[in-house]
Design a protein around this ligand. Structure first.
Ligand SMILES: O=C(O)CCC(=O)C(=O)O
Length: 237
């Protein structure tokens, strides 16, 4: 796991963001199982006119069937939880084991003296995004504080076409700070932790592509998270 520390860009705190990247994360047998699961899953949503379509398709899984963000006003079918199946559970268990060891070794490394609030998540949810080609995208956003708390550790597993993830400063008066672009290759893990959701917006911009790893330039991301009950989240102050 390669860690990149982004110092705080918020003058009210010294606590910054932590980005982790790891290549070749899944062993071949698990990769092939998951690849087939991603392609054959019948539950993708987000492309029907009545749903207010988004430029990708997606599936939300939460182990206790919680809606993605209960504090949202509307209820959209695509944010309702599907039921975990054996393959997703298998992949999640594997990712949990790898994450436990990555985070433990980061925390015990005496040389990592950066100021970061590093949460060790107990994964209980997964958002699957399917980018059918380079025209599919996700606009700059942060992951909902009401569902994951202010400093979540979000773990993204990517399959298929290599795409770029952009981080841009979140607040208008932060614009003097740099944006960052990370290449996210096939079979890799991308972690956002610490103040990454408070201080940055992340996005997957559209991309023109000349080469492909999988038919039709598809990419799948599975972002594993610890979904939190509203009672577990401190009020915003
Ligand atoms: O596809 C990705 O890697 C990013 C997905 C994302 O931004 C999200 O699920 O919030």
């Amino acid at each position: 796991m390669e860690w990149t520390y982004l110092p705080s860009i918020d003058p009210t705190t010294n606590y910054g963001s932590l980005i982790g990247q790891c290549h070749d994360i899944l062993p071949t047998d698990l990769y092939l199982l998951l690849e087939n699961w991603c392609y054959t899953n019948p539950h993708y949503m987000g492309h029907q006119p009545e749903e207010m379509p988004v430029p990708r398709t997606q599936i939300w899984y939460q182990q206790d069937h919680n809606y993605f963000c209960p504090s949202w006003k509307g209820v959209f079918p695509r944010w309702k939880s599907r039921t975990y199946d054996t393959i997703l559970q298998l992949v999640q268990n594997y990712i949990q084991t790898r994450i436990d060891s990555f985070l433990a070794s980061y925390s015990s490394d005496q040389s990592s003296h950066q100021k970061v609030i590093l949460e060790h998540p107990k994964i209980n949810s997964c958002l699957v995004n399917r980018y059918r080609n380079g025209n599919d995208s996700i606009k700059p956003h942060r992951d909902s504080r009401d569902s994951f708390g202010p400093t979540p550790t979000i773990i993204g597993l990517s399959l298929g076409q290599c795409r770029t993830l952009e981080l841009q400063p979140a607040l208008k008066n932060h614009q003097q700070h740099p944006s960052y672009r990370f290449k996210i290759p096939d079979n890799s893990l991308f972690i956002m932790a610490g103040n990454s959701q408070n201080q940055y917006l992340h996005s997957i911009p559209k991309q023109k592509s000349t080469s492909s790893l999988l038919p039709n330039f598809e990419r799948f991301s599975l972002t594993f998270r610890e979904w939190k009950h509203p009672d577990q989240i401190q009020p915003n102050n």
